[in-house]
Design a protein around this ligand. Sequence first.
Ligand SMILES: [Zn+2]
Length: 459
Amino acid sequence: MKNLRKKDLYIGVDVGGTKIMAALVTHAGAVLARKRMPTPRKTKGEHVIAAIGDIISVLMTEAGVDHTQVRGIGLAIPGVVAPDEGKVIVTPNMTLSGLTIGPILQKRLKMPVLIGNDANLGTLGEAWLGAGRDADSVVGIFVGTGIGAGVVVQRQLVPGFRNAGGEIGHITMQIGGPECGCGNRGCLEALASRSAIERDVRAAIQGGRKSVVTKLTNGDMSVIKSSVLSRALKQEDEVVTSIMRRASEMLGYACLTVRHLLDPEMIVLGGGVIEACGEFIVPIVEQVLGLHSMPGSIDNTVVAVSQLGDDAVAIGAAALIHSQLEHHASMAAEHTLHGLTTPHIMCDAHGVKIDGVTYAGDVMIRADGRIKEPDFTPALNDAGFTELRTKALAKLCAKGAPQILIVGTDKPERLAFSTKADALLQERGITRHVCSIPDALELYRKETGSRVLYVHRQQ
Ligand SMILES: [Zn+2]
């Protein structure tokens, strides 16, 4: 693929509990190649990370692209993540909990790596290239074993203040209702996911009701797949039909709540249950929404079925790194438009001047392009050196998966990093440069990668 411009490609990886899927996506959103492999089971998180690294390497080799052509990698994790640190907080079905997977892979693959929640990224994928590609605001609800969801407003993911937003699956639909995997009761997930439907079908049959599910599962009802539910619906099985109608209504009322709260242009429904039984479910959801249209609204929220299917999450992961780096690039373009380099920095007797604003004291430019006056001061260590510690580093490197940290200071020879700070940089795969302020500005201007500039005045 030599005809492609340099740095024109993105890689999105869907790290699932059963399979890992990586996609090579162009700047314009064309999927050039895909690679799939089973997730290593019953093994340490480190082995799963190694497998992710391998699949990315194989994908690139098979597609004939090298490092210079890929701008970055997005990873979708099924669980709670801290995107700023690239850390997995909890993955219920995997062994990645507690691991700083982003920095580890960034160091290994020498490319920026960002991570996100899988359902959030599935929504971002649908908003970028799928059913919601023409919509400005999209809410995605994915019905499978559980119910995952995501919110995209003005084409940007809304992760929430604590990265815990968009959890539509855990809206309380029935006070004191059935127990949910999250520990609460009566969540949408506990009433309308495949697991909830399965539980109710099983209970009905065990309670003496007749259903084709008994035959379709050969009597083993430990798992009732979406395909079995679909076949039972086609055979107009009374038990499955009534339970699924109730679940679909619940989903409809959850969509109604979403509409009242966000009024999105479109709600995209996806996941295994929708793929198998969407023809039955979607009209019921639409009916609930239609029956409750808001006075004054011209037309109703559009409900659409996911168009990317299995690809949605990997494409969304590529969209995550794409949008983050694009944001950086568009800021750069804006400056170029005004005839300036990006951003315009210089230093004079008064301090450091960034885009016309003079900072007499400390200042930083984070990897996401934000210019900030730091709210921390480096401490003095026992040897009398100015010392940068982990707290300061966490703030410097908080956003945008930086690869390089450039520190400019009056006396570079008297600036040190604490042992823990050094370890943190190493762990996150960030290279550090400490030099005089003019040299730091020069270096910042010359570098093109994801970088942080920190100017510190040592009085
Ligand atoms: Zn819940």
